[in-house]
Design a binder for this molecule. Structure first.
Ligand SMILES: [Zn+2]
Ligand SMILES: [Zn+2]
Length: 259
């Protein structure tokens, strides 16, 4: 039985294709990525970058059904308080905004701020917990990876961040994550300067076998990469071919994955 249905609404890094203002204004395309945003089980929004309201509209999602927003960190391509304010304004009951315990956010009408403490599971619903693990990314943006667990199924959203922090890696030993979404900002090239804040394809090539050895994932896990910078990658189809040899798939705007 599937516990998680993840709809990718934005799979780009900070930069994005100018085409989404013109011929792709009203539709998704595998090579025209919008900024970070995903919808879990129809009601939980993970990140809300610059374009999230456009993506929600294109996907035909009824925004007033969104009850919870989780922010992975406070960079603008993931965190848009105007969008949160708009979604909250549509709701009769308050919208829950989940952030790291040390983050500061503005007061927003009809929003309840909920704080996540490192490696401390919080119950969202019966048999449904969320745990935050800190990420290897710009510390000022208070980055976190989010582990969702429901009836024994596990889904981890790990964007943005390079590798894992040592403490996160050790804490996740033998966790056997069913669905893992990893940062893949940079394409298949060596020498990029961002390797201590974002992943490149060569880094993922190295990471996945170690994750298997360590039990973070197993043979049955689904691994997807997201947060691709269009300027640092070849086409979606070419990247999909490269990633399939590594044992991963490439997310695109509009893709739904179930586990
Ligand atoms: Zn980002
Ligand atoms: Zn970031």
């Amino acid at each position: 039985m599937n516990e998680f249905e993840l709809l990718f609404l934005g799979t780009s890094a900070w930069d994005y294709s100018p085409k989404l203002q013109t011929e792709f204004k009203d539709k998704f395309d595998k090579d025209v990525r919008r900024s970070a945003c995903a919808l879990l089980n129809g009601t939980i929004l993970i990140d809300c970058g610059f374009h999230c309201l456009d993506s929600i509209k294109i996907a035909g999602v009824d925004a007033k059904n969104i009850s919870d927003v989780f922010l992975t960190h406070l960079h603008g391509d993931h965190c848009n308080f105007k969008a949160i304010e708009y979604i909250a304004s549509l709701r009769k009951t308050p919208l829950n905004l989940w952030i790291r315990s040390d983050a500061t956010v503005p007061d927003i009408n009809n929003v309840i701020v909920k704080r996540l403490t490192k490696m401390t599971p919080v119950e969202l619903d019966k048999n449904f917990t969320i745990t935050t693990y800190y990420a290897n990314h710009d510390e000022r943006s208070l980055p976190q990876h989010l582990l969702f667990e429901k009836n024994g199924k596990k889904f981890m959203y790990a964007c943005d961040g390079a590798w894992f922090l040592r403490e996160t890696y050790y804490a996740l030993k033998d966790s056997n994550i069913d669905l893992l979404v990893l940062d893949c900002t940079v394409g298949d090239k060596l020498g990029d300067y961002r390797v201590c804040e974002h992943n490149t394809i060569p880094m993922i090539r190295v990471l996945l076998p170690s994750f298997k050895t360590w039990g973070i994932i197993n043979e049955n896990s689904k691994v997807l990469v997201s947060h691709l910078a269009p300027s640092l990658h070849v086409s979606h189809d070419e990247t999909e071919k490269i990633m399939s040899e590594i044992g991963a798939s490439v997310a695109y705007d509009g893709l739904t994955v179930k586990v």
